[in-house]
Design a protein around this ligand. Structure first.
Ligand code: SAH
Length: 254
């Protein structure tokens, strides 16, 4: 394999949710840089590669992003096949886009490999269909955490009619609740809080917009967790007509 950096998604944690392409990249790698949301069980695919942990857990010291960039560049310039293994999907709140751009600007070949992002996996593990005909016409992935302190357009999110999947929201529940209520979302909108999605210690808590902060506290919700907010979070899995509602109330295009 040529000198190259693969930015690879490790999926949400369950090793069986890894893609075959990710497994191939890992098996051919000389060096693997791993984030700490990556399940160790996935590393069995790494062959003889040198494994370098570069991750952080909220609040702990971490390798600065600039150092990770330089590390990837150094190994690539040595002709090594480098895999940067990230939790979930590398381009969903994973800095895959900026890392790819930085490396390409320096002449390094980059290949991105999808992983199953935690929000999609978590919902599925809890039998929540993120889109559902007549109920949720779309899904919006957002993070509650911004580095520059800028705010999301909460009223637009509250009224979008899509299921909201919120990443990095555990420490921001109060803010999220207030903003969505102020933005016009119904107080009884169902919410699912899903911790450690797809892992053996996965936990889920069903709540609603009003109660979610208190319920999360009682439940002792911890990161990593995702929030699913919208009618589907109640666990509705049957189409309208099977729930006794008239079929003509179903939006066929959603
Ligand atoms: N690139 C990752 C997201 C990284 S941001 C992805 O596509 O999944 C880190 C956030 O992702 C966490 O704060 C949490 O909100 C979410 N997350 C990652 N793994 C998770 C898991 N197994 N269960 C629940 N949430 C998870």
């Amino acid at each position: 394999m040529n000198a190259k950096v693969w930015l690879v998604g490790a999926g949400p944690g369950d090793p069986e949710l890894l893609t075959l392409k990710a497994v191939r990249a890992l098996s051919e790698a000389d060096v693997v840089l791993i984030d700490d949301l990556v399940n160790d069980a996935i590393l069995e695919h790494c062959g003889n590669a040198r494994i370098i942990p570069v991750g952080k857990r909220g609040g702990c010291r971490s390798m600065p992003q600039a150092f990770i960039h330089r590390l990837m560049l150094r190994y690539a310039r040595q002709g090594k096949c480098v895999v940067r293994l990230k939790g979930g999907d590398p381009c969903i709140f994973g800095r895959g886009g900026e890392e790819a751009q930085w490396l390409r600007e320096r002449g390094v070949e980059v290949e991105l490999v999808n992983g199953i992002t935690a929000g999609l996996a978590g919902a599925t593990q809890c039998d929540i269909p993120l889109t559902l005909r007549g109920v949720a016409r779309g899904v919006t992935l957002v993070t509650a955490h911004t580095q520059d302190g800028s705010s999301l357009n909460w009223p637009a999110l509250a009224q979008s009619g899509t299921t909201l999947v919120i990443y990095m929201g555990v420490a921001k529940l109060s803010d999220i609740r207030q903003q969505l209520l102020a933005g016009g979302m119904a107080a009884d909108t169902p919410v699912a809080l899903i911790e450690n999605a797809s892992l053996p210690h996965q936990r889920e808590c069903r709540s609603d917009l009003t109660a979610m902060e208190e319920d999360a506290y009682t439940f002792e919700l911890k990161s990593p967790a995702i929030l699913v907010i919208g009618a589907v979070a109640a666990g509705v899995t049957l189409p309208l007509w099977e729930r006794g509602l008239p079929a003509n109330s179903v939006c066929e295009s959603a």
